[in-house]
Design a protein around this ligand. Structure first.
Ligand code: 5AD
Ligand code: FES
Length: 382
């Protein structure tokens, strides 16, 4: 009997200590720094915790970067790609894809549209090529876009891994931001979603992010959320990775399976689209708390799952939207994943529709402004 009493005493004490040492979710949200377990709790938040996470992130966003949302007109100027990423619909080995390269005049017309409609910036995105023809072409385009917009349009590039010389050359010709997603910061997971060869090396990807920073770009990266083999720990580590490399901009969205890719064979390992969507929103909110002054894009992949997906992301932390300005004839051929939205709209329709939606999300559009990452300006001053 005495034994039992002793045991209960010991148990009771340690349980109280345990309860005292566990932070409440509300306490976690008020912190300025977050540990990996804190982030995992945010990523798993349900019910009242989820609501508290979203309102804390919304408040932090408004206090630090304000209510404005900036547009980056997206021009997917070529789907020709030398890579074979196992998740991507335009991978080189997908022979079903009709390959295109938009003509210079069409690309320039899309950029002119962006400038005339006071979008502030454009993003030129393509598959990854490293031929000198490709490098020269991008270089020429950059100069032409700068000229046609009297230097006013901001230009972001998203053309994959390149040499330091190429990055520097493009920077000198007018690109000032660069997007290159790490896809997953876990090298083992990266290895599972890319072919196992030197052309798809995790280390090279990391090195490129460093080179971009050294060349003077505002650098953006991001991950896919809900990949087969990916855990909550991986995602929390991804968030810490973004912080550790001191990134200026982030675009991250749900992984969406594509029938004509090798990763499709593992679709039984992924959660429902709705769950991936919810997880992506929690990732955006957690990142806004972790890195309050960066630019966070509302990924188009969110809209592939929920028509109001990007606006939902804007409400809880994102401040960048990339309306699609790709010439409509090519949109169907730039299908990175299933159900990619806005295939039939032209640029004007996209603009009107976006404006209405952003106002619904309680934000305003920063017309004619570059909307640079505050984090980048602070980084420059350090
Ligand atoms: N699902 C979601 N995002 C994808 N991307 C490529 N394929 C997919 C997919 N199946 C994303 C990658 C890439 C960006 C241009 O598009 O993160 O970096
Ligand atoms: Fe393309 Fe609305 S964003 S139609």
């Amino acid at each position: 009997m005495r034994q039992v009493g002793l045991l209960l005493g010991v148990f009771g004490k340690s349980q109280n200590d345990y309860l005292r040492s566990v932070k409440s979710f509300e306490e976690i949200l008020k912190q300025g720094e977050f540990s990996q377990p804190d982030l995992v709790r945010m990523l798993k938040a349900e019910g009242a915790d989820r609501t508290a996470l979203f309102s804390a992130a919304a408040a932090r966003k408004e206090a630090v970067v304000g209510k404005k949302v900036y547009f980056r007109g997206l021009v997917e100027f070529s789907n020709v790609c030398s890579k074979d990423c196992l998740y991507c619909g335009i991978r080189q080995s997908n022979s079903k894809v009709v390959r295109y390269e938009a003509a210079d005049e069409d690309i320039l017309a899309a950029c002119r549209f962006a400038w005339e409609n006071r979008f502030g910036s454009v993003v030129l995105q393509s598959g990854e090529l490293s031929s000198s023809t490709f490098i020269n072409r991008v270089d020429q385009l950059l100069r032409q876009i700068k000229a046609l917009s009297k230097g006013e349009l901001g230009i972001t590039l998203s053309c994959g891994e390149q040499s330091r010389e190429t990055y520097q050359r493009w920077f000198n010709s007018g690109a000032h931001r660069y997007l290159l997603r790490i896809e997953s910061s876990n090298p083992e997971l990266y290895g599972k979603i890319h072919p196992n060869n030197a052309h798809h090396s995790f280390e090279k990807r990391l090195e490129c992010l460093q080179l971009l920073k050294e060349c003077g770009y505002q650098v953006g990266t991001g991950v896919m959320i809900g990949l087969p083999f990916q855990t909550m720990d991986d995602l929390a580590n991804d968030l810490l990775f973004l912080k550790q490399i001191d990134i200026d901009m982030v675009g991250m969205g749900p992984y969406i399976e594509h029938e004509d890719t090798p990763l499709y064979a593992y679709r039984h390992l992924i959660t429902s689209k709705q769950e991936r969507f919810d997880l992506a929103l929690r990732m955006v909110a957690a990142l806004r708390l972790l890195m309050p002054d960066i630019n966070i894009a509302a990924a188009t992949a969110l809209q592939a799952i929920d028509p109001a997906g990007r606006e939902k992301a804007v409400k809880i932390g994102a401040n960048i939207i990339m309306p699609n300005l790709t010439p409509s004839a090519f949109r169907k051929d730039y299908q990175l994943y299933e159900d990619k939205p806005c295939l039939d709209e032209d640029a004007d329709q996209c603009r009107n529709c976006l404006e209405a939606r952003i106002e619904l999300a309680g934000s305003e559009i920063g017309y004619g402004e570059w909307g640079d990452s505050n984090h980048f300006s602070r980084r420059q001053q350090r």
